[in-house]
Ligand binder design. Structure first.
Ligand code: PMP
Length: 406
């Protein structure tokens, strides 16, 4: 009955977007939403995606039948290779069970549901999230009644990784706890562990018997190199961990609204293909009751590119275009702030990677940026670097300089 349903608060990020849309100032700048924009502040359809789209549209055999419950087979197999590497021993052993899901969010949800149902359901372990993390993680896991716990991640002093705090919290987690890890380009901080630090994280998790769940939403966006961005996941898999991966194609293909993604279960090195196959059978049952069949078009586009050598090479160039522009904007913003002598240090703007910069600006400064300068970012001081371009970066630097001094 309607009278018992309380009004829910607006999603903060989408609320910010609406406020930006309402703002009539010509100077307004959107550093809120985590979606790539080109130098004209416009969404960018990757040229390789346009090509794949043309190929699909001209295919006389294309129809709108249901996909299989587990999704488009050539999409899920190419997704495995992309994340685990084409020579992955786990794939060769048949230890990977993959199922197409509703982008990253749906993959996380399916993983959450699977864990809740099959991972010690009478006494479920907690899931440890980084502090801070992508806000939606909290809801996705509490929706399935998993207990949340947190590990420190960001040091406000260095505006880099709080590695000591992170490792200490993970070491103290009860055996069997699930640890959610951002595979690369951590949202919201833009700060990733180094490869040496990942190795130490894996050491502790191995010693303590902890369960990794990787959120992989930005492969190709961190370094611009798909293999390098998959390093942490491949390291854990090579060490024989049993783990989960939620893989999104929203950012790296610009397929935000198409909801193309894939969820993977990797059985431990000591297990066999039969173990992965039992998991796959249960995932299919969950999928059937949740969405029945995954959406086709985005998966077809990604699959067309991933399975064609020439298009794959072109995709990598498109990725470099995006990551290169973001790196360039970081350098420009930092340079402008340092030239102005804006109080504080600004090296974190270029040290951080991926789509976001955790600027270190306070909630008050963020409010002032919005009211006085029409520059929009989330309250926690996260700026989407993709919102910067050659026409507004000087204005944004001027605005930041002003609010930092006031
Ligand atoms: N995880 C993280 C860390 C993200 O930043 C995002 C996108 N904002 C996602 C998952 C999921 O995005 P999508 O469902 O659009 O693939």
């Amino acid at each position: 009955p309607a009278s018992t349903v309380p009004q829910a608060p607006e999603d903060p990020l989408f609320g910010l977007m609406a406020a930006y849309k309402r703002d009539t100032s010509e100077k307004k700048v959107d550093l809120g939403i985590g979606a790539y924009r080109d130098d004209n502040a416009k969404p960018w359809v990757l040229p390789v995606v346009k090509k794949a789209d043309d190929i699909l549209r001209n295919d006389p055999n294309l129809n709108h039948e249901y996909l299989p419950i587990a999704g488009l087979p050539e999409f899920t197999s190419a997704s495995q290779k992309l994340i685990f590497g084409s020579d992955s021993q786990a794939i060769k052993d048949g230890r990977v069970a993959s199922i197409q899901a509703i982008s990253g969010t749906g993959s996380l949800h399916l993983g959450a549901l699977f864990l809740r149902k099959f991972y010690n359901p009478a006494n479920p372990p907690s899931i440890y999230l980084s502090n801070p993390t992508w806000a939606n993680h909290h809801q996705i896991f509490t929706n399935v009644s998993l207990q949340l716990a947190h590990y420190p991640y960001f040091s406000p002093q260095t505006r880099g990784l709080d590695f000591t705090g992170m490792l200490a919290a993970i070491s103290a987690a009860p055996t069997g706890s699930i640890i959610l890890l951002h595979a690369c380009a951590h949202n919201p901080t833009g700060v990733d562990p180094t490869q040496a630090q990942w190795t130490q994280i894996a050491d502790v998790m191995e010693q303590k018997g902890l369960f990794p769940f990787f959120d992989n939403a930005y492969q190709g966006f961190a370094s611009g190199d798909l293999d390098r961005d998959a390093w942490a996941i491949r390291h854990f898999v090579a060490r024989g961990f049993e783990l989960l991966v939620a893989q999104s194609y929203a950012k790296n293909f610009g397929l935000y609204g198409e909801r193309a993604g894939c969820f993977h279960y990797v059985a431990p090195a000591t297990a066999s293909a039969a173990d992965a196959s039992r998991v796959a059978s249960q995932l299919a049952i969950l999928q059937r009751s949740e969405i029945s069949n995954p959406p086709a078009y985005g998966a077809r586009i990604a699959s067309t590119v991933l399975n064609n050598g020439a298009l794959f090479a072109e995709w990598k160039e498109n990725l470099t275009t995006m990551s290169g522009r973001l790196i360039g904007m970081r350098a420009e913003l930092r340079g402008l702030l340092e030239k102005k002598g804006t109080p504080g240090t600004w090296n974190h703007v270029t040290d951080q990677i991926g789509m976001f910069s955790f600027t270190g600006l306070s909630e008050k400064q963020v409010g002032l940026l919005r009211e006085k300068w029409h520059v929009y970012m989330t309250k926690n001081g996260r700026a989407s670097v993709a919102g910067l371009n050659s026409r507004n970066v000087e204005y944004v630097a001027e605005a930041i300089d002003d609010v930092v001094r006031s």
